[in-house]
Write a protein that binds this ligand. Sequence first.
Ligand SMILES: NC(=O)c1ccc[n+]([C@@H]2O[C@H](COP(=O)([O-])OP(=O)(O)OC[C@H]3O[C@@H](n4cnc5c(N)ncnc54)[C@H](OP(=O)(O)O)[C@@H]3O)[C@@H](O)[C@H]2O)c1
Length: 274
Amino acid sequence: MNKVLEKTLKFNNGLEIPQVGLGTYKITDESENLESIKAALENGYKHIDTASIYNNHKTVARAIKESNINRKDLFITSKVWNSHHKYEMAKQAIDDILNELELDYIDLLLVHWPTEDRLECWKALEEAVEEGKVKSIGVSNFQPQHIEELLKVCKIKPVINQIELHPALQNQQVVKICKENDILVESWGTMIRGKCFDIEEIQLLAKKYNKSTAQICLRWAYQLDYVIIPKSSKPSRVIENVQIGDFELTLEDMNLLASIKEYRDGPDPDNFDF
Ligand SMILES: NC(=O)c1ccc[n+]([C@@H]2O[C@H](COP(=O)([O-])OP(=O)(O)OC[C@H]3O[C@@H](n4cnc5c(N)ncnc54)[C@H](OP(=O)(O)O)[C@@H]3O)[C@@H](O)[C@H]2O)c1
C-alpha cells in the first residue's frame, strides 16, 4: 500500500480529492497506452486526470471498467476544451464527456484555459453541478485577474486551479491568490514534462536523497500540498514516480529548488492565442 496515493486534500465545498493522480496527456485512444492507466489503477492510484482535447476518454473508460474498482472509490477529472466555451457548446461538451467516459457523474470538471468565453463555460459547469452531472468544478491556467473576475460573478466558487507548476516555475502570484481564496492548487508538468533530468540543482538533490529527478520534483510539489498528476506511458514509471513517501526535502533544499532559473514549458496564459 502506497500511503501517498491514499492522501486526500479537502475542497472548499467539503468534498475531497486524492492528492496524487495519473496525468494522461499524450495517452490517446490510438496510442495503446491502456497498460499505463491499468498499471496505475492496479497499483493504488484512485485519481485520473483527462481532458476532451487529449482524445482518450474511451481508453480511460476501458481501463476503469477492466480495473473492477468501485466507481465511488475513483476520482475522475476532465476539462472542457477552449473551442467549446460558449454556453450551449459547453453544455453539449459536458454531456459528451459523460458519454465518452461512460460515467453517471464526473468528480471534477475544469475550464481548460481562460478563453474570452470562460464565464459562459462556467455557467454551464455550475448548471452541471445543479443537475448532478458533476460533483466539483474548477479552472485551469487561470491567472490572478481571471480568478478575481470569476469570484465576483460565480454562484459556485472554483475548488481548484490546475496550472503549470514545478521547481522551475513556482508561479507564486497565482498560488497566493488561490490560497487566499481557499482554492486548491494543482500542478501540471510537475516533472517539467521530462526536462527535470537536465537541471543541475535537481540532479544534485536526486543524488543526495538517492531518488530520481522526477521523484524530487514530485516530492517538492507534494510537500507544498499541491495536487499532482504525473504522466507516464510506461507502467514501471507510473509505479516508481509516486514512491515519494519515504523522504522529506529540507527547507534548505526547497530553497535550492526555488533558486532554479525560471522556465515555462507550456503556453503563457497571458499571451496564448486561443
Ligand atoms: N491543464 C492543462 O492545461 C494541462 C497541460 C498539460 C498537462 N496537463 C495534465 O498534467 C499532466 C502532467 O503534465 P505533463 O504530462 O505535461 O508533464 P509531466 O507529468 O511533468 O511529464 C510527463 C513527461 O515526463 C516523462 N516521464 C514521466 N516519468 C518519467 C521518469 N520517471 N523518467 C523520465 N521521464 C519520465 C513522460 O514520458 P513517458 O510517458 O515516456 O514516461 C512524459 O514525456 C498531463 O498528463 C495532463 O493530465 C494539464
